[in-house]
Design a binder for this molecule. Sequence first.
Ligand SMILES: *Cc1c(COP(=O)(O)O)cnc(C)c1O
Length: 372
Amino acid sequence: MEKMLPYGHQTIDEADIAAVNEVLRSDWLTTGPAVERFEQAVGAYTGAAEAVAVSNGTAALHTALFALGVQPGDDVIVPTMTFAATANAARYLGANVVFVDVDPGTLLINPRAAEAAISPRTKVIIGVDYAGQPCDWVPLRHIAHKHNLALVADASHALGAENAGQRVGTLADITTLSFHPVKHIATGEGGMTLTNDPALARRMRMFRSHGIDSSARLREEAGQWFYAMEFLGYNYRLSDIQCALGYSQLQKLPQWLERRQNIAARYSAAFQNSSAQPLALREQVRHAWHLYVVRCKNRDAAFAQLRQAGIGVNVHYVPVHLHPYYQQNCGTKPGLCPVAEAAYAEILTLPLWPGMSDADVNRIITAVQHFC
Ligand SMILES: *Cc1c(COP(=O)(O)O)cnc(C)c1O
């Protein structure tokens, strides 16, 4: 049998390997110059003033919500069509997750549903740029401002995307990224938070390192050995080895985005008027195409047959409110988010990554048209 074509895969070249080797031969394996260089490069690329590298995308969400002051008893609004980590980050801080439904065409958070879910306990709205398409950030910002709430963008899918001419990374108070190998750039495990607010950035830098402030100012005032642990942080640091890989990967991001867009355009052209229905595209966005999702009435059968044919289709996502943990601990149940639940029965993620060949793409198109 042919090797299974995965839905996502990293692309590693000799330059990446050389970059990692260079760090291995240097004096710094962690918390050295490669971290800052990677942070500055992602900050420059996205237009965010501050970038804080952390150990993974989940840690980035936890760090963002901590910095915004999320506490036990607060509500955090989360679209249910996402990876569980988006909601879990609020649970780590003892907050309640208020799940909201998504738009039936794009599967992005519905701003009206988000506004309707606001209570006196609400502290943060998280938007997820599902599949790589930015949410409707303009009304979301308006709603957050009107109700004095913070806005977090889980942009794990959307590095390089734009909304109304503005890059992902500057659309919310804090934006989070993941560098898991299926995402746009890989560091093995890795993540980052982006913000324009220096006070939030300072709290996030401390949170990723035990809540310790070891700034030069403190050392100057109290002696070379001194540092102060101000709150209970974690060890969420990203190593120099990983940051060197991330920096090297970032150099290739523009060409990879172009390849992802090219593959997505072929899929979209092929599936026009077919029974495999692509998701809707918003206007005035540059889509980063982390995932290519179609809706297919006979999804379960198509999934099995495509897997049989060596095509590693997947399903993103089980709506988070349906997971046993949330049903058992947070009282969620089927029926809470009917749009996402109906979509969940039909969605299928097709393979999409820059290293795929045109022949791979054609084979997938033929198979999807046959089995959907
Ligand atoms: C990948 C992902 C995360 C978590 O990232 P990790 O780096 O795997 O911890 C969070 N949210 C979304 C939407 C993701 O796709």
